[in-house]
Ligand binder design. Structure first.
Ligand code: GTP
Ligand code: MG
Length: 207
């Protein structure tokens, strides 16, 4: 391997969760930013599931994630590769969250402002396990628009928790939200444990 290739190689490989309520845009975000063809586990929402899967507010939705989404993105400047795990949004699949959170360094929680309450369980869960999180506000067409500060207050987030605006369909916006999460996780790790590095799936490894 040439020296230049070695110096360009990502130093760290982090596991990141993309979470949020049902239909908030998790699968869309993973697909928009991933540099590999994303793995998806979409199943059709059928008439039989109507009582279980409320599509109120997302009536155009025809499929839902039943296990996870998976993608990958390299942040060249940060010399970091992120493995993205999109979580399932529906309550009947929440039992998977602890397994998906295993080894994760941070989480993006997507918020659909038409249905704020849908994101509460994910926010509460990540706060309860001490996982750094960034709230990404995905303004759907026709939805009321909110400033990040208003969302921060509405969700009663701990001081310092970043809130960003992010159209999940726009790769650049998803990427920026991930960079904010990386910076936030690094800042928290430095503050809480100045001498110990953040966990990494693979350090000094070419991915
Ligand atoms: N207008 C608009 N539509 C969006 C946006 N983000 C996602 N969508 C659409 O909303 C629908 C739901 O998006 P998904 O990515 O499937 O949502 P999800 O959070 O993965 O849903 P579950 O896995 O079922 O919880 C899709 O049809 C997307 O194209 C957005 O920012 N604006
Ligand atoms: Mg999904």
């Amino acid at each position: 391997m040439k020296d230049s290739e070695e110096s360009d190689a990502p130093l760290a490989l982090w596991k990141i969760l993309i979470a949020g309520g049902f239909g908030a845009g998790k699968t869309t975000l993973v697909g928009a930013v991933s540099e590999i063809v994303p793995l998806t586990t979409e199943e059709t929402l059928t008439q039989a599931s109507v009582r279980t899967d409320s599509v109120h507010g997302v009536e155009a939705k025809t499929t839902t994630t039943v296990a996870l989404d998976f993608g990958k993105i390299t942040l060249t400047l940060q010399r970091m590769a992120l493995l993205l795990f999109g979580t399932p949004g529906q309550e009947r699949f929440w039992f998977m969250w602890p397994d998906l959170a295993e080894g994760a360094v941070g989480a993006i929680v997507l918020v659909d402002t038409r249905r704020f309450e849908e994101c509460y369980p994910a926010v509460e869960y990540f706060l309860s396990i001490g996982l750094p999180l960034v709230v990404a506000v995905n303004h759907f067409d026709g939805a009321d628009r909110y400033e990040p500060e208003e969302v921060h207050t509405a969700l009663d987030l701990p001081p310092g928790t970043p809130v960003v605006l992010c159209d999940a369909r726009e790769s650049a916006q998803g990427r920026q939200a991930l960079i904010v999460l990386v910076q936030h996780a690094l800042a928290l790790a430095t503050r809480n444990r100045p001498s110990s590095p953040l966990p990494s799936l693979s350090r000094s490894t070419r991915v």
